[in-house]
Structures are given as structure tokens and as C-alpha cells.
Design a protein around this ligand. Sequence first.
Ligand code: GLY
Ligand code: MN
Length: 462
Amino acid sequence: MFDRDVYCSRRARLRMLLGQGLALFLGNDECPMNYADNAYRFRQDSSFLYYFGLDTPGLAAVIDLDEGTETVFGDDPTIEDFVWTGPLPSLRERAAGAGVERTAASSRLGDALAAARSAGRKVHFLPPYRPENKLKLLAWLGVPPERAKDEASVPFIHAVVEQRSVKSPEEIAEIEKAVNVSLDMHLAAMRLARPGVAEARIAAAVREVALAAGGDLSFPTIATVHGEVLHQHAQVDTLGSGRLFLLDAGAETALHYAGDLSTTMPVDPAFTERQKDVFRVVLAAHETAKAALKPGVPHLDVHLAACRRIAEGLKDLGLMKGDLDEAVRQGAHALFFPCGEGHMMGLDVHDMEDLGEVFVGYEGRPKSTQFGLKSLRLARPLRPGFVVTVEPGVYFIPQLIDQWRAEKRFPDFLAYDRIEAYKDFGGIRNEEDVVITDGGHRVLGRRKPLTVEEIEAAVGRG
Ligand code: GLY
Ligand code: MN
């Protein structure tokens, strides 16, 4: 945990931003894999961590904004618990670590909320994403699970997004720690990558680095020779000569701050000429996007600058043609880049995605529905303290190419005859994590191999 004052001042600011009513924070419970005592790795809710820092299951908290009180609800461990877990601090001791004096048994929470509701007081809650928390809202507040997201408090969401979007120096230090561990994960993968090595072997080595650093993964690792599959989580293939290998993997620190890096490397000691050509298009888009990252610039413009640079590079390679401004405006480039250029990162790898992309990335305004652009998670103007990823890519997705070609989509911009030859190419994404500063931005962590030459120097040397 950070120092208790950090949590006290975060809650004090929230009280100012939110004003009236009760703010309910639902911590997470254990999540069984196949029976109750065999649970997935426990992951606390990120907003609960942000305001209370308490990293154990079975907790909730209420800030009474009118009375100015704060209460952590939970249960003290019993002597029977100690038999299985060893000694644990009391609820009061744990809450004190977050600067909260009042505690109450978890069985009291339902009555406290019902009493507030029947007194006509507003109970603010955030959109629940775990089924058990939806059921609690049903039991305590009568909110049907299918309505729980819509009935979440918009002022509460806005206040949390306002606070969590701007990272404090201690958060940036923690994120940078995560990024450096993530880089070590990528360097381990680069050393291992060579023909005949299983994707699973690399994924295991990557996770070992995260665990050994005292944390774990910040999201399920993507370690694949099918880089064209954006979220390929299966690790079933073996690295074959002539292929590209894409690693998208990040560490989460013990305090649960995330890193998120991607590297595309050749399986052989060197890229082929064709791989180099596309790699350099992606690199140019990456540098274009980074150069645009500064306060006041809408992240939508950063994304569009990367799209435009990709279109230019692909035109040079003969894969796109025509008026590129118009091609990007109409979304033709999305055949190769069907996702967003970056997203916020913090306690979540896609920071605050549970609160709603429209609130986090679009200031409450609707998103585009255009293919490609609709997958951009962050469009709003950047502010100092935002942490974002930079991850433009070029992907050759055979099914998408076949479908667009059959439908004759964008024939003025897409050179299908030339594109056909790339259907076995795979995909390229390289990713860095960046903090927006007063004067522009700073790339977080040690320098990551980014160029053709830097990556070739790092692969297959384990
Ligand atoms: N690292 C996975 C993603 O950004 O979606
Ligand atoms: Mn990412």
C-alpha cells in the first residue's frame, strides 16, 4: 500500500467532487475456478484499491458524503481461518492502514444501504462487472443485474475518472516499475525466440519474470506467430523459420499498477526484406504517434496521424492507393489497422474500462461506429499525468481481406491484387507506455528495442 495519507487525500477529493449521498465501493470476492476453495488469482477492484488500498477479498466501503464518515465493511478473521491462512490482521487494523477509523461487519451493510434508501438518500455505485456484486446490488438496493450498469451513478463515474485519469508521481513511479519488469519479460522472450521453440515456452518464461519481480501478469499474454489475430491468447504453435513472432505482455506490480508492451520479432536471426518493409511502416506510425503526444491534443488526432502514416507507408509498398486523406476518412486503412492506436493505463491495463469507455475516453460523448475507429478506446484531449500506450500496428487478416475483396470495398484505396500476396504475413505491433508531461511526453521505463537493428540484435541469443 501507499502511505495512508495518499488514500485519505484521494477520498477527500472525491468527497468534494461528488457532494451528496452515499458512495458505495464494492470490493471483489474470491472467484472459484472449478470449486469454491480452488479460486482464480484474487484481483481486487481497481477503484477500491485506488481509494482504500486494501487488497483482500470480502470487503466493501461506504463514504457518507453528508455526514463525512467513512466505513469499511468486512469480517474479522477467526481462529479457524488462522489454521488455514496463518495469522491475519483485524479488520480495524487493516482499515487503519488506509486512514479509515470506522469498521463494521459485512452483514450490516445491507441494512445501512436500505436505511439510506428509505430516507430518500442517493446511493452512488459504480458499474459492477462481477456477478456476485450484481447480486449484492439486487439484494441490497433492488437493482436487477441486467440494469445494474445503467443504474450506476454517472456523477460517481465522472468523479472517479477525473481522479484516476491523472496519475500522481507515486503512481507514475509504480507504473514505471511495471514497465521495466514488462521490458525484462520482452527481453527474455527475445532471447528465446528462434525456430523450434514453442509459444508456450516463451509465455512461461515471460510470466516467470513477472512473478519473480513480486507481481504477476497485467493481462493474459499474447505470444503468437499469428500476430494478425489481435487478442490471440492460445499458445499452441511452435515458432517456424520465416515467421514473425508477436509478444504483447505486461507486468502488474504488487500494488497492481500495469505495464503493457508489445514487440514483434523475427523467428530467424534477421527479418526478411518484406518483413523489414512492413516493420518500418509500423515504426514510422509509432514515431508519428509519439511525436503528437502532448497536452491538449485529442488522442483521436494521435490515432488518425498514425492511421495516415500507415496508409502512406502501405501506399509506398503498393498496397494502398489514391487519395490517402479520403482513404483514412472513409476507414479503408482499417483493413490493416482495425483497432485503436493506444489506451489509458494505470491500475488496469485498459484503465477504468469497467467504468465505461465513453466516460473514460470520450468525456461522455458517443463513439464512432466506423469499423476500426469504433475500437479506439481513447479520443479525448490529453492532459499532463495521463499514461497511455502507443501501439499502432499493421495486420494482414486473411478472412477480412477475402471478405472486403469479395464485397469490393474501397477499390479506389486498396490494391487487392498486391495485398493477396500478404495473406500469410501475420501482423506487426510494437508498443510503448508514455506519460503526458507539461511540455509533451516521456516514454516510461528503460529504452525498449524498437528498430529493425535493435530487435535483430536482441533475438535468439538465449
Ligand atoms: N495489451 C492488450 C491490449 O492492449 O489490448
Ligand atoms: Mn495495449
